[in-house]
Design a protein around this ligand. Structure first.
Ligand code: CAA
Length: 241
């Protein structure tokens, strides 16, 4: 039976590359998005991948959305928690709003999306949860106390849940992309990007979204069944841990 995969934030950036790669690999893919209707429609037209709109920071919306997806496409076998936002500011300028928005989406979103699929995966004795964390959750980043904290939390979540899922055939892994050439990274001030960030990447360039997507396809596969609780870095050599 064709497996169903949900990719959150799956219509743009790294998420769009993940959705497309999973479709090419033979999954029934559903992509979710939160805000940008125009980009989502364009993505659907270009790829034929169905799109659903809900906010991963809202538990009820996630539970209802997942129920609709499962009714239409069958049980979720693969969940890619990719949706993420930045609200960068040096800490002395960071507002409670900037902190909460990032933590609610980038960390609480993982609980909200994973909890509704977890029991079904346990019952069926199969599941793949792939959490897109970040290099900045591993090493910390000035200007991103909110984002770094949330992304580090994603790694802790991955490690705890991997232990719970192992006996039920569920693997839970994190991928930590470095700086990838998406809108999110290109939104960084050009001077900061060129003078402070790119020089720190030994391969000398930003990553491509497809380079992250290929990691997801591997971790989702049957062949990756012995890999769980891991943190896979894809960062051009910028940070080793
Ligand atoms: N370490 C220590 N100090 C730093 C620093 C660093 N890495 N970066 C900047 N500073 C210092 C500056 O030198 C400056 O000090 P002075 O005032 O004494 O000169 C001070 O902090 C303020 O810096 P800015 O002028 O840059 O401050 P700003 O308010 O204009 O901008 C910022 C702050 C928006 C956070 C900006 O610095 C920035 O965009 N930084 C990049 C943050 C970043 O890497 N974001 C990643 C986004 S992509 C992503 O998140 C995807 C992923 O997973 C990788």
């Amino acid at each position: 039976m064709t497996r169903t995969a949900i990719v959150t934030g799956g219509t743009r950036g790294i998420g769009a590359a993940i959705s497309t790669a999973l479709k090419t690999a033979g999954y029934n893919v559903v992509a979710t998005y939160a805000g940008n209707d125009e980009a989502a429609q364009k993505f659907r037209e270009a790829t034929g991948i169905p799109i659903y709109k809900w906010d991963v920071s809202n538990y009820e919306e996630c539970a209802a959305g997942i129920a609709r997806v499962e009714e239409e496409y069958g049980p979720v076998a693969v969940l890619v928690n990719n949706a993420g936002i930045t609200r960068d500011a040096m800490f002395h300028k960071m507002t409670p709003g900037q902190w909460n928005e990032v933590v609610n989406t980038n960390l609480n979103g993982l609980f909200n999306m994973t909890h509704p699929v977890w029991s079904g995966m346990r019952d069926r004795k199969f599941g793949r949860i792939i959490n897109i964390s970040s290099i900045n959750g591993q090493k910390g980043q000035a200007g991103q106390a909110n984002y770094s904290a949330a992304k580090a939390g994603d790694i802790g979540f991955t490690k705890a849940l991997a232990q719970e899922g192992a006996r039920a055939g569920i693997t839970v892994n994190a991928i930590c992309p470095g700086y990838i050439g998406t809108e999110m990274v290109r939104a960084i001030d050009e001077k900061v990007l060129n003078e402070r960030i790119i020089p720190q990447i030994p391969v000398g360039r930003l990553g491509e979204p497809e380079e992250v997507a290929r990691c997801v396809v591997f971790l989702a596969s049957d062949e990756a069944g012995f890999i769980t609780g891991s943190t896979l870095s894809a960062n051009g050599g910028q940070y080793f841990c």
